[in-house]
Ligand binder design. Sequence first.
Ligand SMILES: *Cc1c(COP(=O)(O)O)cnc(C)c1O
Length: 458
Amino acid sequence: MISRAKSEALFAEALQHIPGGVNSPVRAFRAVGGQPFFVQSAKGARVTTVDGDELIDYVGTWGPAILGHSHPKIIAAVKAAADHGTSFGIPNPFEVTMARLIKQLVPSVDKVRMCNSGTEACMSAIRLARGFTRRDKFIKFDGCYHGHADCLLVKAGSGALTFGNPDSAGVPADFAKHTLVLPYNDVEALKACFAANPGEIAAVIIEPVPGNAGLYLPRPGYLEFLRQITAEHGTVLIFDEVMTGFRLAPGGAQERFGIRPDLSCFGKIIGGGLPVGAFGGRGDIMDCLAPLGPVYQAGTLSGNPLAMAAGIAALEELGSSRREEAPSNAERGMWNAESSQSLLTSAATGTNAYAQLEAKGAALESGLRDAAKSAGIPVTFNRCGSMFCGYFTSEPVWNLADAMKADRERFKKFFHGMLAEGVYLAPSQFEAGFLSTAHTEADIETTMRAAANVMKRL
Ligand SMILES: *Cc1c(COP(=O)(O)O)cnc(C)c1O
């Protein structure tokens, strides 16, 4: 294995200047031990460390890099936009293009507001739902992550019907008391909670396919039930599609599962690797936002031209990756109805990026399952399209409690073993892996071989 001297020196200095040496905690490798490497550059499915190590990357900057890193069209769009200025603080044409594009791809969205992170999107969607319904309480699910706003950093209390407890120091218990935390995939818990809080629940916020505690899927009928019970109670159903949006289908998890939420949160892919977030949905709810309505929400850099240009290029490329002469309007900020329609059509006919991602996901899944089986290691492998997680447990995983049964010590060994073989997985058992259109069959085969080697030694 090659020397990590440069990464180690940088981390030692980072520790003096930055709390824990990182600007987001999971990057510190605390869940797997050891120290993070520093990245010099990233291209396609690979990251290159400052030490010159080239790694096959399944983190994909935690989701945005669905086209791989440094996609030439995204880089060109950002450069072209930057030539005209990096921020204006007054409307720019890209914002209109982006909003129109999101609406075309996600039919539940009548109107959309851009912001700068997924955290902001979720925080604002909750405020909006509360302002719209004039109710305070909302439901979230154990193991779902919606960014780090106070009212969302809440974990389950002692019983399913108790109020939530702050999940971070600095969150007053008073701020957490309106957050009701339920287990995911549990219809009875939902029924009981609505019965116990009649006419009081403003919103339910959910990751339709939770990807922040590893990855698990909704049981058949669960999301349908959620749609039904929220409609019956006048409760706003919020799909947090910051991770799943534009990844599981052009229209996200809601397209894949055929559910129409009232509001949706976005981020990650729609920024093409630049900082971004968005929330949108029903026009009557969205029109409660300032300046039209009483719910305040704002942002100096919201709708930033570089982020918009990058995101437009990403969405355009996702749809056109299989067409010979892809029209590239992103640099001019001119997405048109025709190009997004072709995205939808090509998705329907299975000839586009999403079909490729599904095929790659299936190949990786069967390879990793085989590796585990021949090594005699119990692994529960969950996958939805290009998102996956292998839990080191023999039992099925349908919620956080199930996920917690996974053998974390075994994951640590697996993680470091894979890294030594040149494969970078998320540094925690409780994170999803991501495939991109840039992963090649050879990359996947290399990964399968590496996994087979490492599993034998676990
Ligand atoms: C990443 C993520 C967020 C938070 O987005 P940031 O841009 O990191 O603030 C919110 N919800 C989900 C589902 C996410 O995966």
